[in-house]
Design a protein around this ligand. Structure first.
Ligand code: FAE
Length: 510
């Protein structure tokens, strides 16, 4: 540890011995990398997705949501769009198998969407940067001191992420948020509070998009498959700062497959190098004094459950794999009257929500449908108080890790969302859309964007993310959070990582 800053060249070498290895480059991993590097530690980040630095044949790095292509999906031969149908037509199409940016990972009862690449979920998400209300915090992370989170770590996370707020006067006048104003009007007419939601998308840039003075990104339907401008993804914030220390190396297209105690101390980490078709081109073995699991709720849980079951990390406790939740995600659309259009131009960055958490257990984001045509639809992603929790288990027959979530477990989420939308429909004289998730299907209850848990803080780990049973192993991502955050999760993941890494640096690395 220690030493002067020096530029560490790219990918990690076979046989290397490193002080710290971080699995994954999403929120938790990026916070850990920056703070460790600032403390003088050399850090190696391993990321199975691509670097996303090179433009495709259209001159752009990322595709937009209207025309998904080879870049859009992680190792699938057919797209799996969250909205599968429109006006009776299925939307999915065949694509070549490629290490694309959005993973639609199928378990038996749920499809879990996740970002793949340097920056993790920050590459694909809607940028909604929400700090939960303080009075709801004890239900989110019961073992964490709320005072220090709200005085220190949430502010630090908001600053590090570059969170900004929409100018309400511009919101009231711009064409690209007509859909959100319709959402606000309908919510308020039914007596529900509508709240503005901060974002990491640069709203000044969006204003310039609307004025036609810069290349369009949010106003060109870019979100799920990456943003070419405007969005402050982790590559522009935490990871840029981390790289600037000269102490952080990132190895893209490298997938960690095993972590096990090494004979002379530390951990042996097995890595596969993959090409853009997903084929393994070589393997590497390195030794790390400390390993941070930051592969996301699903990635971290799958690794830990398999490593425990196969005996690589035998001392992990029985909490590993438990406490997984979907943040209560459920989607729906409403059909508006012809005199209430939502607009042909829709910013892909949501900026408002309907808060009925206390009364009905639902916080509904007013989401865009940036199809480019008038849809007469209002579209919502609700975050709900769903009590169901699932468990990951190792399947020795297939070698895979399964998740026992059942589709029927979404019913509490549907019930919570209905407390808002049944009332709005009855007030407005409108109905649910039945054409967005299949044929005559109202609820998008087959998916989540917000996987949380699987290595819960204070259960699989101590109260700062140290895994029980194996000193020097840490969890620092969404796997720590027990299933629900009452709002969109990445600010909480970032703030918790800031809290934990500060303690770990102070006590474990000095
Ligand atoms: P994450 O960001 O998923 O990073 C994990 C990284 O580890 C990924 O880059 C993986 O490729 C990599 N990885 C996994 N396994 C391995 C392995 N074995 N070896 C090497 N690398 C590996 O984890 N949240 C919000 O707060 N607001 C939003 O508006 C929002 N919108 C969303 C929209 C979509 C479509 C999606 C998919 C998610 C959205 N989220 C949103 C959720 C948010 O992006 C997510 O909670 C965080 O990205 C999770 O952060 P983690 O650090 O846990």
């Amino acid at each position: 540890m220690g030493g002067t800053a020096r530029a560490v060249a790219g990918p990690i070498g076979d046989g290397a011995r490193v002080p710290v290895l971080i699995i994954g480059t999403g929120y938790g991993g990026s916070v850990a990398a920056l703070r460790l590097a600032q403390a003088g530690v050399h850090v190696h980040m391993i990321e199975m997705g691509q670097a996303w630095e090179t433009p495709g044949s259209d001159g752009k790095i990322f595709a937009n949501t209207r025309s998904p292509d080879v870049r859009s999906y992680w190792l699938r031969t057919r797209t799996k769009q969250p909205l599968s149908n429109f006006l009776g037509f299925p939307l999915d199409k065949n694509v070549p198998r490629y290490t694309g940016i959005l993973d639609a990972e199928d378990f038996s009862g749920i499809t879990v969407y996740q970002g793949r690449g340097v920056g993790g979920g920050s590459l694909v998400n809607g940028g909604m940067a929400v700090t939960p209300l303080r009075e709801r915090f004890s239900a989110i992370l019961p073992t964490v001191d709320a005072n220090e989170m709200y005085s220190t770590y949430y502010p630090r996370a908001n600053a590090g992420l570059g969170v900004n707020h929409i100018d309400p006067a511009w919101f009231d006048s711009t064409d690209c948020y007509q859909y959100a104003r319709v959402g606000r009007k309908h919510a308020q007419r039914s007596g529900f509070p509508f709240v503005f939601v901060p974002n990491v998308y640069d709203f000044d840039y969006m204003k310039q998009e609307a004025a036609g003075t810069v290349p369009k990104s949010a106003l060109n339907a870019e979100v799920l498959y990456g943003n070419n401008a405007g969005k402050k993804s982790l590559q522009k914030t935490y990871l840029a700062q981390a790289k600037a220390t000269g102490r952080v190396t990132i190895s893209p297209q490298h997938r960690v497959t095993s972590v096990a105690p090494a004979a002379g101390g530390g951990y042996t980490v097995a890595i596969e190098v993959i090409d853009t078709s997903g084929n393994v081109t070589s393997t590497k073995s390195v030794i790390a004094d400390r390993v941070f699991f930051a592969a996301g709720s699903v990635g971290t849980s799958k690794l830990l459950v398999r490593l425990k079951a196969t005996g690589a990390l035998p001392n992990l406790n029985a909490e590993v794999g438990k406490g997984w939740g979907d943040n209560g995600n459920v989607m729906c659309g409403r059909a508006n009257h012809m005199w209430d259009p939502t607009g042909t131009l829709q910013s892909s960055m949501p900026t408002g929500g309907i808060d009925n958490w206390d009364a009905g257990g639902a916080f509904a984001e007013v989401a865009p449908l940036p199809t480019g045509i008038e849809t007469y639809a209002s579209f919502y992603l609700s975050i709900t108080k769903n009590p169901n929790r699932a468990q990951f288990t190792y399947n020795s027959g297939t070698g895979a890790v399964d998740l026992n979530w059942q589709t029927a477990w979404k019913q509490p989420s549907i019930n919570a969302a209905k407390t808002i939308f049944d009332k709005i429909n009855s007030k407005e004289g409108t109905i649910y859309r039945t054409d967005l998730f299949g044929v005559y299907k109202i609820w998008g209850d087959h998916l989540t964007y917000h996987p949380l848990g699987g290595a819960v803080l204070g259960k699989a780990t101590d109260n700062h993310g140290r895994l029980h049973g194996h000193p020097g192993l840490y969890v620092i991502d969404g796997a720590l959070i027990p299933g629900n955050t009452s709002v969109n999760p990445f600010v909480t993941i970032t703030a918790l990582a800031e809290r934990n890494i500060e303690r770990i640096i102070a006590t474990d690395l000095r």
